[in-house]
Design a protein around this ligand. Structure first.
Ligand code: KG4
Ligand code: ZN
Length: 344
């Protein structure tokens, strides 16, 4: 039972075919990251125009070797994200659903990231089903949430960022240090050459007693640190600063997530989203899970960390399989900018 999925919530346009065991048979991603590199970040209108331009060819490429009879349903990200890009994707999928008479499943972008950890790529063996309850940290440029996943279609956001997400903090700090966009991978590469502990930055909100995050103050700390730095930065200074910033971001993510792990008697911990590609974040989560004897999941394939359509296919499968009575009509598919409403 294959689902054709589409994701266009930011600057990627991606289409994928995923079966009922969450196995990925085809996966195409076009990214406008080169455009974003020129502007130092994503420009919403540019991203939407790019999505409109590439949409048809991305879907055609994903469908190569498949016929419409092989597709049981269509899934599309209906938010949250950049409105222009989302609308391009939603309208394209509505058209396909009507034309080929397929059910259309609207998928919340954050639930898509949650389901990225279910994916395997053909011909790998399907992954083991998750053990509930799990704690999931979804962390990327646009979102930063700790979720309690109680059952397939029962999930709750425990806490989120009150301002910037960790990925946004990586991107903006990298920019202040003169590193390229996207800043996460660039900053963590430079941090590897830094001296551990040489420079310390604050861990935002770690004593707030909840699962909320705030990363905008960390950006300001760096701004003032650089303003008051007594000399021109050498590459060694940049590396030490990058080490300090990365350490502050990662430790904050670890501390908050594992407070939730302790409180809810958790069986498994998952990370996903663009920042889950970070080697230090993976290492620290692995260590904390090993200490507690619980399983840890992360997207092994880096393309499943950042925005991609395969994760939307996996989330579509979860919704389709767990809500057999629901009518997946195009009338029920609208833009959903509510970060907490997953639409189950
Ligand atoms: O999930 P994603 O593709 O898009 C959003 O939904 O935002 O995540 C992109 C974010 C960017 O902020 C990027 O800097 C960050 O993920 N990122 C990383 C790494 N790779 C990507 N951050 C830290 N370390 C990495 N290795
Ligand atoms: Zn995302």
């Amino acid at each position: 039972m294959n689902i054709l999925a589409l994701e266009t919530s930011c600057d990627e346009i991606s289409a994928s075919i995923v079966d009922e065991e969450f196995c990925v048979y085809s996966h195409i991603i076009f990214s406008s990251v080169d455009l974003a590199k020129k502007t130092g970040g994503v420009v919403p209108e540019v991203a939407a125009r790019d999505a409109e331009k590439k949409m048809v060819s991305v879907i055609e490429k994903a469908m190569e070797g498949f016929s419409w009879d092989d597709i049981s349903a269509i899934a599309v990200t209906n938010g949250p994200g950049l409105i222009g890009s989302l609308l391009v994707g939603i309208e394209a999928e509505k058209t396909i659903a009507v034309l080929h008479q397929k059910p259309l499943i609207p998928v919340h972008h954050i639930f898509g990231h949650v389901c990225a950890n279910l994916l395997s790529s053909h011909p790998e063996k399907p992954k083991q089903k998750p053990k509930f309850p799990s704690i999931v940290l979804t962390v990327s440029g646009g979102h930063n949430d700790v979720l309690l996943w109680k059952d397939w279609d029962d999930i709750q956001i425990l806490g989120s960022t009150i301002d910037d997400a960790a990925g946004e903090c990586f991107d903006k700090c990298a920019r202040m240090l003169g590193l390229e966009y996207p800043g996460g991978p660039a900053l963590s590469r430079v941090a590897e050459m830094g001296i551990p502990g040489k420079i310390h930055f604050p861990r935002p909100m770690i004593h707030s007693g909840d699962y909320q995050f705030s990363f905008s103050g960390l950006k300001t700390s760096l701004l003032y640190f650089l303003r008051d730095f007594p000399k021109e930065l050498t590459p060694a200074d940049t590396a030490n600063i990058a080490w300090g910033i990365q350490d502050a971001i990662i430790e904050t993510l670890v501390l908050k997530s594992f407070i939730a792990v302790e409180r809810y008697k958790i069986q498994e911990v998952h990370i996903s989203g663009g920042v889950s590609a970070n080697t230090l974040l993976r290492k620290r989560f692995q260590e904390e899970c090993e200490k507690r004897g619980i399983a840890f999941r992360f997207p092994k394939n880096i393309v499943f960390c950042t925005d991609n359509a395969a994760m939307i296919g996996a989330a579509g499968q979860v919704m389709f399989q767990n809500r057999p009575q629901k009518k997946w009509n195009i009338e029920n598919v609208q833009l959903n900018m509510d970060r907490k409403n997953f639409g189950f």
